[in-house]
Ligand binder design. Structure first.
Ligand SMILES: Nc1ncnc2c1ncn2[C@@H]1O[C@H](COP(=O)(O)OP(=O)(O)O)[C@@H](O)[C@H]1O
Ligand SMILES: O=C(OP(=O)(O)O)[C@H](O)COP(=O)(O)O
Length: 401
């Protein structure tokens, strides 16, 4: 990269603003899989070991209304980070104002501070104003004014053009650098996918349908096959006129799905059968059905025939990129599809296998298959966007050397 890196910046005694991606699963106030926190440690340690004062920014989840805020506080993340660094981390429960400014003024060299979830700025006085997610110019300018230099290590957020990554960077020209995780991810993905060994198969699943469905269109040019599973599949079912019951479908994306199906021919592989449930609960009644899903039932995992079909497509692959679980893997009764596909990828010893995304990474780790894969990326949407050959705004905004 001809971009500035953390090693190019003056750090001793400096207020070092850092964007990290601490968008991790949290249950009952406790961090689950902490892969993304662990992945940011080398850069944080480098900064504090060189006398910098590390002021960390991250988003967590998505905030659209005031009530979303309490469950999406970064406080549990500050606790986990403190344990991992084995030193205190000051958590500031606000994203702007005197409390934050005073806390920064009180920092000493080598201290670490975590600012509240940047997406708290998306809702003000009950209004969904998207100051962070809409890259409000005043917000980026304000945050930039709090520090001397900026380090962006949030690869998982690099496909977003938000105030806390792009906004801060553009207000710190010549002083915005990439962290080690950012460098590592780009190097790995670049080597693996700029000239992928073929067959090259992409697997897409998960729940961020409207975010990621557009990616498929561009991926059709690059991949030899695209497997669609998980919550992503049922918008395609709807586009094909297959009944979906109460499954996850994004109605305003059905037309896009139709266009993709027309263009894709046999490149696109959809589930043949699904595990359907009568409620969104691990204790639901379940059955396996092929094709149409009746009203009152929702597909929460792919079925055994789908697994077989997907494995058949994957068996000769030389490069596999996977983002998005094949089902609601958090519930044990709907984890089998994700587990089977993960296990199978682990057997492809000749292939480069890359898994990206917060939930996908959590899934392969929880299911014990992570160490059999070539690379676990901290970014799902980010690695897909990179794969499409598109510029990542978070990286573009980093200063050139
Ligand atoms: N059939 C489905 N119906 C509803 N949600 C699903 C389904 N399959 C997967 N999901 C959900 O998708 C989520 C992960 O999606 P996503 O955020 O796109 O993945 P990642 O974080 O790896 O990029 C998980 O919480 C999972 O439960
Ligand atoms: O988890 C993330 O994306 P991913 O699930 O695609 O890896 C990033 O933190 C970005 O989050 P966002 O998709 O809410 O902007």
């Amino acid at each position: 990269m001809a971009k500035l890196t953390v090693e190019d910046l003056p750090l001793e005694g400096k207020k070092v603003l850092m964007r990290v991606d601490f968008n991790v699963p949290i249950k009952d106030g406790v961090v689950g899989d902490d892969n993304r926190i662990v992945a940011a440690l080398p850069t944080i340690k480098y900064v504090i070991d060189h006398g910098g004062r590390a002021i960390l920014f991250s988003h967590l989840g998505r905030i659209k209304k005031e009530e979303d805020k309490p469950g999406l506080s970064l406080r549990p993340v500050a606790e986990r980070l403190s344990n991992l660094l084995n030193k205190p981390v000051t958590f500031v429960p606000v994203t702007e104002g005197k409390q934050l400014e005073d806390a920064i003024d009180n920092m000493k060299n080598g201290d670490v501070l975590l600012v509240q979830n940047t997406r708290y700025e998306d809702v003000k006085d009950g209004e969904y104003v998207k100051r962070e997610s809409g890259n409000d110019p005043e917000l980026g300018k304000y945050w930039a004014s709090l520090g001397d230099v900026f380090v962006n290590d949030a690869f998982g957020t690099a496909h977003r053009k938000h105030a806390s990554n792009v906004g801060i960077a553009t207000n710190m020209p010549g002083k915005a650098a990439a962290g080690y995780l950012m460098e590592k991810e780009i190097k790995f993905l670049g080597d693996a996918v700029d000239n992928p060994e073929r067959p090259f198969v992409a697997i897409l699943g998960g729940a961020k349908v409207s975010d990621k469905i557009g990616v498929i269109d561009n991926l059709l040019e690059k991949a030899d096959k695209i497997i669609i599973g998980g919550g992503m599949a049922y918008t395609f079912y709807a586009a094909k006129g297959i009944k979906v019951g109460n499954s996850l479908v994004e109605k305003d994306k059905i037309d896009v799905a139709k266009q993709i199906l027309d263009k894709a021919g046999d490149k696109l592989v959809l589930p043949i059968d699904n595990v359907v449930a009568d409620k969104f609960n691990n204790d639901a009644n379940t059955k396996v059905v092929e094709g149409d899903i009746d009203d009152g039932w929702m597909a929460l995992d792919i079925g055994p025939k789908s697994v077989e079909e997907f494995e058949n497509v994957l068996k000769d692959a030389k490069t596999v990129v996977w983002n998005g679980p094949m089902g609601v893997f958090e519930m044990p009764n709907f984890a089998k599809g994700t587990l089977e596909i993960g296990k199978f990828l682990g057997t492809l010893s000749d292939a480069t296998t890359i898994v990206g995304g917060g939930d996908s990474t959590a899934a392969v780790k929880e299911l014990g298959v992570a160490d059999k894969l070539t690379h676990i990326s901290t970014g799902g949407g980010a690695s897909l966007t990179y794969l499409e050959g598109k510029e990542l705004p978070g990286i573009a905004a980093i200063s050139e050397k």
